[in-house]
Ligand binder design. Sequence first.
Ligand code: CUA
Length: 336
Amino acid sequence: MVQPVIAFQDPLGQLPPQASTFAGDVDELFYFLVWVSLASFGLILALLVYSSIAHRRKTPDQPALSNTTHNTTLEVVWTLIPTVVVMLAFAWGLKGNLDQQVAPADALQYRVEAFKWGWNFYHPGATTASEHIYVPVDKPVKFTMTSRDVLHSFYVPAMRAKRDVVPGVKQIVWFQPTVENGPLLDAAGQPQTDAFGNLIGGFDLFCSEYCGDGHSVMHRKVYVVSQEQFDEKPWDLLPEDPVGRGEFYYKLNCVACHSVDGSRLVGPSFLGLVGREGRHTDGNAYTADEAYIRESIRKPMAKVVEGYAPVMPEFTEAQLSDEAVGDILEWLKTLK
Ligand code: CUA
């Protein structure tokens, strides 16, 4: 069992935990920029306040004391010093950026697919998507990312890793985790959650590009585990029974838009869905039988339920197999 990481903070404790080889460099540059900005702000403010008091007009009819318009030495100094500082920040940032662009050749290869609204993470060699990411400590890991629909952004603050996920483009991001922080498991081996339902342990992963209604739901975890734990493939825990698997696929793909308690989200609730009767936007009546639900997953735009926007993405066989859809149906039948 691994406790949540609260150490590994930057010296001032203002930034997320430092959990990758990038973190030290990124934070040093960040604080360099902060201190340079504060110093120049303080200097300018001090000169402004001093001049306002020392050189103020003391009587209403006082003539101008001087009208100096030029001081070459001063102008050279206040041009050169900021130029050097800015070029230093540029070179520093460029070096860090180049380091983050090129992954080591031996990095573990992950595939990431973002969609409205969720992530599919494929671990090295895996054919089934996972809800969360597991990485081995002290090994470089590389993510090749695509989007099914709009612009998303892969962001793991503790790793100082961030990259836009762009439709039609393969984006790369990599990092090397330095701090072990696995899931906090209960006696049954299930990840534990806090009072708000958030998973305890692991590092946060966010979508950091506003992508619509479910943007905030694209929150996942990056678990950093030992090589021994990693070799056990902890991401590969598809439940044995179809109902359990169905719920797993729901969490992976549908949870952002379909509630299980009857409440209205982007799409209709799944509570009591099987056998439900209603109308489509074209006025035709429907009954939600198995064939209808399968069609609604594969071709969501064919029939849209009255009162809802036509926004659901298609789930192809590659993204959600026929067996997975069957499991989802078995699970849906239990929601009464
Ligand atoms: Cu995906 Cu915001």
